[in-house]
Design a protein around this ligand. Structure first.
Ligand code: ADP
Ligand code: ADP
Ligand code: MG
Length: 465
């Protein structure tokens, strides 16, 4: 097995990877920016090394320096986590050239799937259902107009290099295209350094359902069911669950086997996620494949009893999968809430600051992935997600009740968070049915915000009396 793994990430996911290394008897090297020098999880690693200044470009995105540290510290592999360099084919190639194993798929596969428009065309050619849209990249308003004419409005103009819900604009009319295409293109350029755009028909009221796959170097590929990630704000996930209430065993098997075939066709190795949209008639369409561990992977771990990071490391070392599809069975229900240091009452503005006091929930079926501690300083340099609260229970309703209990137990003092916003999602009738779609938050946010605001008031009043 690997002797030493460098963890090229920060925060909760760095901590989560270090934990799996420790359990596997593998040494870990954490790298951190100057802004993260006081992070408590650094103490869990065998060693930690400062790699530069706070801005990600000078630390967590500094591929050369990270590889240099890996070499200096005798690491035989690098785990990239999510975000940062995780989907950077050039970085994976640099690792390879330096004789260090990149824990993820090959640079060629990352490249192929990272260009979302090309990935879509590839999957369509394999017979995987995709949303009607452009054949490759579009470069001008006129091109978009003629495609929209052919497939019909509404459409979505999407950044081919996109991620995290950015570089995407809906157009309901030719006027929208003319006005919004340049804006989307500019955002893509600013966020990803690449303004390649493509077009998809907008699927009305879809669920976002994604399938987790694991593929080893021997050609064995399995799926670990789905995650319903339809609680989204501006195309970004807030809350995820597994299984998805809408899938019958038959549909689960169908989507799972298509995801497995898609992974095989592209020569996929390691953990990956095939994302689909599921329409109101349960037709599903491929939208993209993420070539990394996903933020919401814990819900899959809870229902399958598999440590996905552990399996990623085994696969990267060249070991065959320890289980076949017939050995994998879903059990119970899991939900994850992404807790962010944001002010929901102020348009979800990030709220950096000092966290004076933290208390996380525990108890039956409860998991908290977080690097936060009492006294943590939240800097404005990185993602505002500060914790993932994950629950497991035998049934969906019990999991919801357990998550309500967990959120009510959580105390985060000093910065504003979305705790109450999450809590009131869990009381919303539409959420409770399980039949909500990606429009749920946009449709109900005022109502949920109203309840969350009242919750604050009630808490303040009871504290005063
Ligand atoms: P997931 O699909 O795992 O839920 P998200 O879309 O929420 O992933 O993104 C996970 C993290 O990766 C976030 O921190 C996000 O900002 C970052 N991210 C996603 N795609 C990209 C990208 N193309 N470039 C840079 N960062 C990205
Ligand atoms: P990213 O790379 O930012 O994760 P995705 O292509 O995965 O982008 O899309 C993110 C979200 O945007 C989806 O989960 C869905 O809510 C919405 N979306 C993307 N494509 C479509 C589409 N064709 N129709 C409707 N919604 C879409
Ligand atoms: Mg996506």
């Amino acid at each position: 097995m690997f002797k030493r793994i460098l963890v090229a990430n920060r925060g909760e996911i760095a901590q989560r990877i270090i934990r799996s290394c420790t359990e596997m008897g593998i040494e870990s090297v954490a790298v951190y920016s100057k802004a993260d020098a006081n992070e408590s999880y650094l103490g869990l690693a065998t060693e930690s090394v400062c790699i530069g200044d706070a801005p990600a470009a000078e630390s967590y995105l500094n591929a050369q320096r990270i590889i240099m540290v890996a070499q200096l510290k005798g690491c035989d592999a690098i785990h990239p986590g999510y975000g940062f360099l995780s989907e950077n084919a050039a970085f994976a190639r640099m690792c390879q050239d330096s004789g260090i194993t990149f824990i993820g798929p090959s640079p060629e596969v990352i490249e192929k799937l990272g260009e979302k428009s090309a990935a879509r065309d590839f999957m369509a050619a394999q017979g995987v259902p995709t949303v009607p849209g452009s054949d490759g990249i579009v470069t001008s308003v006129d091109e978009v107009l003629s495609i929209a004419e052919a497939i019909g409005y509404p459409i979505l103009m999407k950044a081919s290099a996109g991620g995290g819900g950015r570089g995407m604009r809906r157009a309901d009319s030719p006027e929208d295209v003319t006005r919004l295409f340049p804006a989307a293109q500019a955002e893509a350029k600013a966020c990803f350094g690449d303004d390649s755009m493509y077009v998809e028909k907008l699927v009305l009221n879809p669920k976002h359902v994604e399938v987790q796959v694991l593929a080893d170097t021997q050609g064995n590929v399995v799926h670990l069911g789905e995650r319903d990630c339809s609680v989204q704000r501006r195309n970004q996930k807030i809350m995820e669950e597994s299984p998805c209430s809408r899938l019958s065993d038959e549909l689960r098997e169908k989507m799972g086997s298509i995801a497995v075939e898609a992974a095989k066709a592209v020569g996929y190795v390691n953990a990956g996620t095939v994302e689909f949209l599921l329409d109101q008639d349960n037709n599903f369409y491929f939208i993209e494949m993420n070539t990394r561990i996903q933020v919401e992977h814990p819900v899959t771990e809870m229902v399958y009893g598999v440590d996905l990071v552990h399996e990623q490391i085994r696969i990267a070392f060249g070991l065959p999968l320890r289980f076949g599809q017939q050995d994998l069975h879903m059990n119970g229900h899991a939900i994850e809430c992404r807790i962010t240091a944001e002010d929901p009452q102020n348009n979800f503005m990030p709220c950096p600051g000092t966290v004076n006091f933290v208390h996380f929930p525990a108890g039956c079926g409860t998991r908290v992935d977080s690097a936060l501690y009492s006294g943590s300083t939240l800097t404005p340099y990185y993602d505002s997600m500060i914790a993932k609260i994950v629950v497991w229970a035998p049934t969906r309703l019990e999991a919801i009740r357990r998550m309500r209990r967990c959120l009510a137990e959580t105390v985060i003092e000093g910065v504003k968070t979305n705790l109450d916003f999450n809590l009131f999602i869990l009381f919303h009738g539409e959420y409770l049915t399980g039949n909500y779609d990606t429009g749920f938050i946009a449709k109900n946010d005022q109502e949920i915000l109203g309840l969350a605001a009242q919750a604050n008031k009630i808490k303040k009043e009871s504290a005063r009396s």
